[in-house]
Ligand binder design. Sequence first.
Ligand code: CMC
Length: 429
Amino acid sequence: MTDKVAKLVIGDQTHEFPVLSGTVGPDVIDIRSLYAKTGMFTYDPGFTSTAACDSAITYIDGDKGELLYRGYPIDQLAEKSNYLEVCYLLLYGELPNKAQMAEFDTLVTRHTMVHEQMHYFYRGFRRDAHPMAVMTGVVGAMAAFYHDSTDITDPQQREIASIRMIAKMPTIAAMAYKYSIGQPFVYPRNDLDFASNFLHMCFSVPAEQFKVNPTIAKAMDLIFTLHADHEQNASTSTVRLAGSSDANPFACIAAGVACLWGPAHGGANEAALNMLKEIGTVDRIPEFIARAKDKNDPFKLMGFGHRVYKNFDPRATVMQATAKEVLDLLGVHNNPTLQVAQALEKIALEDPYFIDRKLYPNVDFYSGIILEAIGFPTSMFTVLFAVARTVGWIAQWKEMIGDPQKKIGRPRQLYNGSPARDYAEITGR
Ligand code: CMC
């Protein structure tokens, strides 16, 4: 709370509302009493001016291009930390000491296997199903397989559900991939780190172990780290809204996975790479730039723009450098997709349309290039995003459930339909 007060004048009435301050970032006007005082709602489709919760997990300054997990800048975490440590940080609020890290590592590692019956569950899906469709179904089904951790009033069950979700999501994702290519499922290995184990489950076959290159594993770990949380984005808000009704955590995360799939959100990495391939060669870029600027054409430059970042996306900066490192390591020189990406970025950033609207490449612009070089098909890109974001969803869900002020999410509306009218018999219509 601050001393500041916001005054709202409606006709001859003045109403006062408290102004709240966070540790950093814009103040917010507390309008919880607005309807009671005025009989009016606020109107804010897309929540562009609305804070729906208070949170201590992630902070973004879109103008500065700053992203903090629990106060730590993303570039420092990308350089010095690793995904599992970041998971600990997001979940518990502080960086772990050695003993805490070792305990957490063991806990997650020992929960990576999934219930054997889940193997049969996968077999009900068509082989050509999109892996995100499979993910949405399987994650939702976890509530059926792990019913003993669905009581959200029990802190112990909430904790174990969180660990299960973080540990099993890579296994579930790798199984979705294996199923789609007709290969047998590969069990996790406890001697591998989080990212290496995931690559092993995706690329090993019973006839041959996949040798995990440390640079590739590091790039995979970095992609997970950069996607781990991102404040109140669409899928996280979906998880919170689903959780606000006291739904079990598996159901809430399944809702998040479903929302993430959309091309305006997590589906953008798949869409961005498909777009770069469709453009194909540098000489075709002007045609696509013209389409992106044409108001009568629904085409958008995928991997460009962000609701919050209006300067640059700090994740994209790290991702661009890693893309180059991975392609160099794999000996992928003169990669046409990377050439188109680099040229497109340059041309767009010099174009007044993109400058005026503050449209910069986002994290998804370069991640697809790395993932393709590692060997993932485009249909798996959003799945990998879901694996990484699971900890963010869980941390935000746990924060909400533990908040004594939690209320069921229930937005209101500006009704534009017919006023009350009498039912007409079919013969008279
Ligand atoms: N290409 C061309 N024009 C664009 C683009 C784009 N990618 N993004 C926004 N614009 C234009 C938009 O048409 C509008 O123009 P005008 O003011 O003339 O009407 C202006 O820029 C503002 O855009 P907006 O749609 O009001 O912005 P928003 O905050 O509602 O949307 C966005 C943000 C990310 C959904 C949008 O930029 C977009 O669809 N980008 C492409 C998809 C994408 O890359 N998404 C990944 C986001 S990062 C990963 C994640 O968080 O999931």
